[in-house]
Design a protein around this ligand. Structure first.
Ligand code: HEC
Ligand code: HEC
Length: 343
């Protein structure tokens, strides 16, 4: 696949006679925007091929992401469990609460750099960003709603009818159009301005402790948490338990070699996304590193890279945590572009 550094995606000009006044775009002319690939990142997996990226499409996706209209009882939005201040993970709770205060089974992952993801969910049960929302939308532990009802509610809203009409020219909002604009928002969530990125691009120096942590990281962690995205998107058993509680990837493949395997999570913004692991069992990074160091449990599917304990010294563990904090992107968690929109 041929991809330029900057993928220029041409937007649809629905009404060619609409005009731009002093940089202000009239509501009738969806304006194409570009997906910017950070210079130290590879080409993204999702290329908006059948989903032309426009400012209006992205904004519409943002309204929907923050709108509880999507849930059965209008109490929960995507943002209820995916908070920007936490890099779009949940607010410091191991398991998220959906409609009727029902708890799900897994910790809500952070959302960023999803355009590079080859699969979604801890077990990779969904492989396309455009259809991913079908799971939370219809799950009784999350938004608990049906697609038919969501589309019905949106079609009754003048706010959404007008906005969708500008984009797609039709008087009816369809499932497809709804899912496409939501994907424009989620796939534009790009985080690439951490201290680590600034160090890599030569803008700043690391402290000696960060450097020590980075060296340990490259030697022991980067084969799974691969730079620069800090995941290789594979499924691994990282030794959390010797008696499997959640079968993980096995739930999808029914292959016993996949028992207890979960998608390697990215470690970018890890400082904001506590608690940790697929079930939120660890409350802080020190606990995670102590576990990685001496707590890994054996199981037939345990990853071969983890068979010998790392046994890091206290000093090494501290350096690793310091390095992990260099992956925090404060610009991302406070970027007004991703914040709750005003209506
Ligand atoms: C009640 C809490 C809750 C709500 C509401 C919710 N999510 Fe999630 N989200 C989760 C949990 C928990 C997971 C992990 C599920 C799993 O792995 O089985 C998840 C996973 C995801 C993922 C996969 C991330 C990855 O890296 O694999 C995406 C994308 C996502 N949610 C987007 C959304 C969108 C879009 C909405 C709104 C339509 C939404 N979520 C609503 C809790 C929630
Ligand atoms: C064999 C692959 C592998 C190696 C090597 C590895 N990890 Fe992990 N790591 C994983 C997997 C898989 C998970 C998710 C486990 C789960 O939740 O079931 C994980 C989870 C984490 C988490 C929690 C992420 C979150 O969002 O909850 C942190 C932090 C982490 N690893 C840091 C490290 C560090 C530091 C090292 C090196 C000392 C390391 N890992 C080595 C596979 C690996």
């Amino acid at each position: 696949m041929l991809l330029e550094k900057k993928i220029v995606l041409v937007g649809v000009i629905l009404l060619t006679f609409s005009c731009k006044k002093e940089g202000k775009i009239t509501p009738f002319s969806p304006s194409s925007i570009t997906f910017t690939q950070p210079s130290n990142f590879p080409a993204p997996h999702y290329t908006f091929e059948n989903n032309q990226l426009t400012q209006e499409g992205f904004e519409l996706g943002r309204y929907l992401f923050y709108d509880p209209i999507l849930s059965l009882d209008s109490t929960i939005s995507c943002a209820s469990c995916h908070a920007q201040s936490h890099s779009f993970a949940d607010h410091n709770i191991p398991l998220s609460k959906g409609v009727d205060k029902k708890f799900g089974r897994r910790n809500a992952p952070a959302l960023f750099n999803l355009a590079w993801s080859t699969s979604f969910m801890w077990d990779g049960g969904v492989n396309n960003i455009e259809v991913q929302p079908l799971v939370p939308l219809t799950s009784p532990h999350e938004l608990g709603e049906s697609m038919t009802n969501i589309v019905l509610k949106l079609n009754r809203s003048n706010f959404y009818l007008t906005k969708f009409k500008v984009l797609y020219g039709s008087g009816q909002i369809t499932d497809q159009h709804f899912l496409k604009v939501l994907a424009q928002f989620t796939s534009m969530l790009v985080s690439s301005n951490s201290r680590y990125d600034q160090y890599i691009s030569g803008k700043i120096n690391f402290t000696s402790e960060e450097l020590a942590g980075y060296a340990l990281f490259k030697n022991n962690c980067a084969s799974c948490h691969r730079e620069p995205l800090f995941t290789d998107y594979s499924f691994r058993n990282s030794g959390l338990e010797s008696v499997i509680q959640d079968s993980g990837r096995y739930r999808i493949t029914q292959n016993t070699n996949d028992l207890g395997k979960f998608k390697v999570p990215s470690l970018r913004n890890i400082e904001f996304t506590y608690p940790y692991m697929h079930d939120g069992r660890f409350t802080n990074l020190e606990q995670v590193i102590a576990f990685k160091s001496n707590g890994i449990k054996n199981y037939p599917t345990l990853d071969p890279l983890l068979k010998t304990p790392f046994a890091f010294t206290k000093e090494e563990q501290k350096a690793l945590v310091t390095f992990l904090r260099s992956l925090s992107d404060y610009e991302y968690t406070s970027n007004p572009k991703y914040a709750e929109p005003v209506r």
